[in-house]
Design a protein around this ligand. Structure first.
Ligand SMILES: C[S@@+](CC[C@H](N)C(=O)[O-])C[C@H]1O[C@@H](n2cnc3c(N)ncnc32)[C@H](O)[C@@H]1O
Length: 450
């Protein structure tokens, strides 16, 4: 029988000690353990994701009660303690005694019997003294306080504070630790919204329509599309509402030729193909064969026929595509801070230097791909992040350097995304504020005399 906690430990060793991506490791491990029941899969996923989400807080607690600080502990012991504290603090279904005993058992099973007294002692102290922790105080410094309270690196909080102030920054931090609903888009060129809703009802899957975004549904109590019939039939695509706004901002018309230069796993390309309703064509590109395989897998499942995928480095100019596209989608690589609620290891990997490199990479890609837009056609630039350097600043830079006019998004996107009386051309969404992930969109029309 699979030892669920041991499997979680193996995941945490790969993610936190070896630097692998959490979503990749979890997907691989869950696929390799098909025998696990739904309940065990949910427990494993929560234990791994929760431990990562609350990492700094868990270390702070362990370091309060342990003479040997987490930074100096053996990696296996450190991960067993982190998992143990997470279970004590956040998993109501696990009695503290079970969390302690299971951690000790795991210590012995992994060959570290010498440390069983240490693990037992630290976890018992954590469980027995919940009030014995001296937490950082908010009034002594928001970023240091948030480091422990929301497990957020200090430099990120400081950067957010300088752009959004304390209240909105805290909203973003809270959202990063909250469960987000699974949002899906109905492929209405394959089945009507009503048919897809009927199929969901027949499987007792609860949902709510997002009234102002065509085809968008929020699924209730579902965090994984596998097993949903409408998904297997290609009538549903997992996609956040914010990402669906790209398709609307692109103002796609029947017969359009769409080029998505950074498309994997294909969310926006598939939306564009669906909006074309069997006409026109979408070419979905990405950097590597592995990424393009993800797009192809989604195309295969969706059974849409007006879309193809190709490996192409967006930094290389493609002479065959110059002035060929009615719409270019530039959903560019970014720091991903808008989706930390879904991929919580992002915040620990990011550095100030890597964020600056991403700003520069975006400009390099835009420098090439604007040429593919036909005069009168559109380029939509988007990211799933919240830092202005990658978003607003690059959108302004683009407008200053290339022959485009900015599309006023207030005229093409639902009203509720914009505050009354504010001057907007582009749109910056923060996680949770409008029921979406954090996201940025700007759209441009190429001047016709260029
Ligand atoms: C934000 S993701 C795209 C998400 C996608 N548009 C969707 O909606 O599913 C950015 C993508 O850019 C790709 N990428 C990064 N550098 C690239 C390059 N030089 N050329 C092409 N794609 C690149 C990454 O592999 C990644 O899949």
């Amino acid at each position: 029988m699979t030892d669920v906690r041991e499997t979680a430990l193996v995941c945490l060793m790969r993610i936190l000690e070896k630097g692998e991506y959490s979503h990749v490791v979890l997907k691989e491990v869950l696929e390799a353990h098909e025998e696990l029941e739904k309940r065990d899969r949910a427990f494993l996923t929560r234990l791994v994701e929760g431990t990562i989400e609350h990492l700094y807080e868990l270390d702070y607690i362990i370091d309060t009660f342990s003479k040997t600080k987490t930074a100096k502990q053996k990696p296996v012991i450190r991960e067993i303690l982190r998992m143990g504290v997470y279970q004590i603090r956040y998993m109501d279904s696990v009695p503290d005694r079970a969390a302690v005993n299971e951690s000790v058992r795991l210590t012995v099973k992994r060959g570290y019997g010498f440390f069983k007294g240490f693990v037992n002692g630290v976890l018992r102290a954590v469980s027995g003294n919940p009030d014995g922790i001296s937490w950082p105080k908010r009034e002594d410094g928001f970023a240091q306080w948030a480091r422990v309270k929301y497990s957020m690196p200090v430099w990120i909080t400081e950067k957010l504070l300088s752009e959004y102030g304390e209240e909105r920054t805290e909203g973003l931090l809270v959202c990063g630790l909250s469960e987000r609903p699974l949002t899906v888009r109905c492929n209405e060129s394959r089945a009507s919204l009503e048919e897809t809703e009927e199929s969901l009802r027949s499987q007792n899957i609860g949902f709510q329509r997002v009234e102002d975004v065509p085809g968008a549904l929020l699924l209730e109590n579902y965090d994984n599309p596998a097993g949903i019939r409408a998904f297997e039939e290609g009538h549903l695509q997992v996609q956040d509402v914010s990402s669906m706004l790209v398709g609307l901002a692109a103002q796609i018309k029947p017969g359009d030729c769409v080029l998505d230069v950074c498309a994997a796993p294909g969310g926006k390309s598939l939306h564009a193909a669906d909006l074309l309703a069997g006409t026109g064509h979408v070419e979905a590109r990405d950097l590597t064969p592995e990424k393009v395989a993800l797009i192809r897998e989604n195309i295969r499942r969706s059974r849409l026929t007006n879309i193809s995928a190709k490996v192409w480095d967006a930094l290389n100019e493609d002479p065959e595509k110059i002035k060929s596209a009615d719409v270019v989608l530039a959903d560019l690589p970014c720091s991903g801070m808008g989706i930390i609620g879904r991929k919580s290891d992002i915040k620990y990997r990011l550095t100030e230097a890597s964020e600056e490199e991403l700003c520069a990479l975006q400009r390099k890609i835009l420098q090439v791909v604007w040429k593919y837009v036909k005069p009168g056609g559109r380029l939509v630039f988007s990211t799933c992040t919240v830092f202005p350097g990658e978003n607003r600043d690059n959108a302004r830079w683009f407008l200053e350097h290339y022959p485009f006019e900015q599309v006023d998004l207030k005229k093409v996107l639902p009203k509720r995304f914009f505050a009354e009386g504010e001057e907007y051309y582009d749109l910056q969404l923060l996680p949770g504020e409008k029921g979406t992930d954090g996201f940025f969109i700007a759209a441009f029309t190429r001047k016709s005399d260029t």
